[in-house]
Write a new protein. Structure first.
Length: 572
């Protein structure tokens, strides 16, 4: 009897998926040499005049040590050192003072050691206010964080129902990560060069790290959790670059706990996050140049991406992952079980994710979280669908990578030929109400996990409004649609969605008044210019301002009359 010849197909993800050595969310500690760059030019500076250039530099915090740092500016073959100063948020800046014309370059190099400690963060019911004046600044609405707007208040009321610290932060981080699409391609350049506010991000559903952070901070401030914007450098899995994330104040620990909506890290950030500063609004993180009004200065702090040379790297060690060797069937849904054991000294909220670096395998939900007490073992289940054409005498092999608070777990899977068995699901991923400029927008995102198109029914009613419509959701895809209700009433609206596998209902509550801050879109310039006028320009400014002239004349007449009276008194 002849043995059946088995052809083994190594699918593409087994070859190329893990070319990068670092997957950020696994990194628990890091030591590296980091260099950031800037440049500019000075012209028309007169003898005896100075230009002061101020830019943020590296500083220590609870999770970061600066082992050494050097700030240096070079101009016309000369080297300038800097002095340090602190701003109102206690951020550290280096101040360069130069007194000549020409082009300059500067670089700041630091040896940085980060430790992404997973703290045993205590939970508590959120208070509605704080008496601490410093923390109050992180509850107020700002230019890019419109936390008093009807848009953000309505969103928060309907999406984040928790009143406890940990659950509120976790729900917010995860929802923002799911809701906002990270801009890529030409969109990336557009979003990278401008800073969109929380409302703008809510409406567009797209952005980069600034937008994720602004929307997350706005929601958390509505929930009365003081929230700051952190800026710095991080690794996205491909390259190092400038980044923004958030910090929330925990009253019981009396400290700021970092989270990152862009990377879906709640209650911690991985050790590739190298922090530079914290602010109440992203627009406050700009550099500054102070110079005489007769001169001209250009000052750019984002001339190139930072250089990061890794000295050492360590993985998290909070959990131990286990996954049995799996044999899967092609063209049908398979279940994979992952076990995680908490081997840390306290409670952890362990994110478990399948790394999405393979085209041939669909994953129904690739991120889950396990709440584990010390020593506890938990289990999560992932559903995957290998889209591979295999003959009965063929198998495919590949590597599935699981990430958590540990060294990555890589497991080989064997995929045998299979046929579709009719299994699948249509899932309502999100229903989000957006009250904006007198219109209620109801955004729905629905995913079809069948290999064929599926029809759904959407019914919305409330007050005098009623709508019934059908939609076709293409196979293996997600579809977002928006239904607008103009001149909506302040009444509850109900939405009901019927899919081939389930029925979803949600009631939407609305607010009575609209309070907004008009978003001011500014270019992401790295400089705030402040000119110091000389005598000539001051005179011109006075001449061009009649009110100033009038006040000056009145003051002069008053002084003259007083002098005359004083003289008369003296000689009578």
């Amino acid at each position: 009897m002849k043995k059946l010849l088995i052809c083994v197909i190594f699918i593409l993800f087994a070859i190329s998926a893990f070319a990068q050595e670092i997957y950020p969310s696994n990194v628990g500690s890091l030591e590296a040499i980091v260099t950031i760059y800037g440049n500019g030019a000075v012209s028309d500076l007169k003898e005896g005049q100075e230009v002061k250039l101020q830019t943020i530099t590296f500083q220590e915090n609870e999770f970061q040590k600066i082992l050494e740092v050097k700030e240096e500016l070079t101009m016309n073959g000369r080297s300038y050192g800097g002095n340090y100063l602190l701003d109102e948020f206690n951020n550290k800046y280096v101040l360069f003072t130069i007194s000549e014309n020409g082009s300059f370059n500067y670089k700041i190099t630091a040896r940085v050691k980060t430790n992404a400690s997973i703290l045993n963060v205590p939970d508590y019911e959120i208070r509605q206010d704080t008496n601490d004046e410093i923390r109050k600044a992180y509850l107020k609405p700002t230019e890019k964080i419109e936390s008093n707007s009807i848009e953000i208040i309505t969103l928060t009321k309907n999406k984040i129902g928790s009143e406890n610290y940990i659950t509120t932060v976790d729900k917010t981080v995860n929802w923002v990560n799911d809701y906002v699409d990270y801009a890529t391609g030409t969109d990336f350049s557009k979003y990278y060069l401008t800073q969109k506010s929380a409302i703008e991000t809510l409406l567009s559903k797209k952005g980069v790290c600034d937008e994720f952070a602004n929307l997350g901070a706005a929601i958390l401030r509505v929930k009365k959790i003081p929230t700051q914007i952190n800026i710095g450098i991080t690794f996205d899995g491909k390259e190092w670059g400038n980044h923004a994330w958030i910090g929330t104040y925990n009253e019981l620990l009396n400290m700021w706990i970092p989270s990152d909506p862009t990377f879906r890290e709640s209650g911690f950030v991985d050790a590739t996050h190298i922090k530079m500063g914290s602010f109440s609004d992203i627009t406050e993180s700009q550099a500054k140049a102070v110079f005489p009004s007769n001169s001209n200065v250009s000052f750019d702090t984002q001339t190139k991406l930072p250089d990061v040379n890794i000295i050492s790297i360590g993985y998290f060690g909070e959990v131990m992952l286990e996954m049995p060797s799996e044999e899967l069937k092609a063209n049908k849904w398979n279940k994979i079980k992952i076990k995680a054991t908490n081997i840390s000294s306290g409670k952890v909220y362990a994110p478990i994710s399948l790394q999405k670096n393979y085209k041939e395998i669909l994953v129904k939900e690739n991120r889950k979280t396990l709440e584990l007490e010390k020593g506890e073992t938990g289990e999560v289940e992932f559903e995957i669908y290998p889209q591979i054409k295999l003959e009965s005498n063929q198998i495919a092999k590949g590597i599935i990578r699981v990430n958590s608070l540990s060294k990555p777990l890589e497991k080989e899977v064997v995929i045998n030929a299979g046929t579709y068995d009719g299994s699948g699901e249509v899932v309502v991923e999100d229903i989000t109400p957006i009250a904006h400029e007198g219109v209620l927008q109801i955004s729905t995102t629905i995913s079809n996990f069948y290999p064929e198109n599926k029809e759904i029914d959407i019914n919305i009613f409330g007050g005098d409004f009623s709508s019934t419509e059908k939609q076709i959701i293409p196979s293996f895809s997600s579809q977002t649609s928006i239904k607008e209700i103009p001149n909506y009433s302040i009444v509850p609206y109900s939405i009901s969605i019927t899919t081939p596998t389930a029925q979803y209902t949600q009631t939407i509550g609305l607010e009575k008044q609209k309070i907004t801050i008009e978003p001011k879109q500014i270019e992401k310039k790295s400089i705030v210019e402040q000119k110091i006028g000389d005598e000539k320009n001051t005179t011109e400014a006075v001449q061009n301002n009649p009110i100033v002239v009038l006040v000056g004349i009145l003051i002069g007449v008053t002084i003259l009359l007083f002098a005359l009276l004083w003289v008369n008194k003296k000689y009578v």
